[in-house]
Design a protein around this ligand. Structure first.
Ligand SMILES: *Cc1c(COP(=O)(O)O)cnc(C)c1O
Length: 359
């Protein structure tokens, strides 16, 4: 019997390399509050992502909440129904109202053509997700936002490592948030970041991220969204491996594509001018076939994941709004196992189970 295969497996750097960072923390005796390892990671990410104004956070959800709050977003936010629940819960938690624009089936990202009709006097922002690391139509979204005076926030939880039009995908929008959760391509166990475009906004966000005070002087309402030294240490130990992780995932993805060529499933194609990060391997199955494929894989201990499910416009605590494309995708999408230790033989085995189930 083979070991079970899950949709992902967190990359852990060699223990000695993580330990070397922990040794530094034991020496400094600083565990959090913008310690030296935190600052070093922030500096490294600035250069890797080509982002002058970057702020680390304790997770990707608080990064979204800070982006909404610091940019002064209020009222209605036009957003995507095809994302992780944190995208919409951050909007709600900050006291704003999500308004769903349906997605483009080619990228699963928000469809710019659906945005404009939803804008009214109360709309102040667009919050879109670069789904699976595929770029949103950032130019069309910027054009709409500029014409209507809206802020643009990208949930870039999947965007780390994707290059779009010769720039890191994380550099688009007034703010782009990142998640460094253990399930993501680059991780700090739990963690996140916000990329901004002015030092003034970054300073304001940094203050709000640290209770709104500096020393004993209190300036405004804040929260605790800081990243600890131990989390930053994991980031420092994982970061050098990211290019290799992307390379492995790329060859696994190409193997899936080759083995599924003759099978009735659809893989999203990489848009033009995009150097993809191979963060996820979403398969679109024929209508009504997902359970059959899931069961066939589960029978041999292979566990892909419905991602994203459910379509967020159907959440029980929200007023329902129709988004037929997103609902269709949420009913057919299955993310396949993709991680460093997965072998090409594993991929072949997974693909033959899928092929047999769809025969
Ligand atoms: C993971 C994820 C988040 C949440 O990030 P956390 O770091 O877990 O808070 C938000 N949005 C998307 C699209 C995600 O995949």
């Amino acid at each position: 019997m083979q070991d079970p295969i899950y949709v992902t497996r967190t990359f852990l750097p060699p223990r000695a390399e993580y330990d070397a960072w922990l040794d530094k923390i034991y020496e400094s005796h600083i565990l959090t509050n913008n310690g030296p390892v935190h600052n070093e990671l922030e500096e490294k990410l600035r250069s890797v992502l080509n982002a002058d104004h970057l702020l680390l956070t304790s997770n990707g959800t608080i990064a979204l909440q800070l982006a909404i709050r610091t940019l002064g977003v209020t009222g209605k936010v036009i957003t995507t129904p095809f994302s992780y629940v944190a995208t919409v819960s951050a909007i709600l938690w900050e006291g704003c109202t999500p308004v769903f624009a349906d997605i483009d089936p080619r990228t699963c990202c928000i469809d710019p053509a659906k945005i404009e009709a939803l804008i009214d006097d109360e709309t102040t922002a667009i919050l879109a997700t670069h789904v699976y690391g595929f770029p949103c139509d950032v130019d069309a979204i910027k054009d709409i936002a500029d014409r209507h005076g809206l802020k643009v926030i990208y949930d870039g939880a999947h965007a780390f490592g994707t290059i779009y039009k010769a720039k890191s995908l994380t550099s688009y929008g007034d703010a782009c948030t990142l998640s460094f959760h253990a399930t993501k391509l680059f991780h700090t166990v739990e963690g996140g970041a916000v990329i901004l475009h002015s030092e003034e906004v970054r300073k304001k966000m940094r203050l709000q991220r640290s209770f709104g005070h500096i020393g004993d002087e209190h300036f405004e309402l804040g929260i605790n969204g800081k990243m600890s030294e131990m989390h930053a240490a994991m980031g420092m130990a994982v970061l050098p491996y990211v290019p290799e992780l992307i390379k492995t995932r790329r060859s696994l993805t190409e193997r899936y594509a080759e083995r599924l060529k003759e099978v009735n499933v659809t893989m999203l194609s990489i848009p033009v001018e995009t150097e993809f990060n191979y963060g996820y391997l979403p398969l679109i199955l024929p209508t009504g076939k997902r359970q059959i494929v899931t069961d066939a894989l589960a029978a041999v201990q292979i566990h892909p994941r419905r991602y994203f499910f459910p379509s967020l416009n159907t959440l029980p605590y929200l007023e329902y709004a129709q988004c037929p494309v997103s609902e269709d995708m949420a009913s057919r999408m299955l993310c396949m196992p993709l991680y460093r230790e997965l072998s090409l033989e594993d991929v072949d085995r997974i693909c033959s189970v899928i092929a047999a189930a769809l025969k």
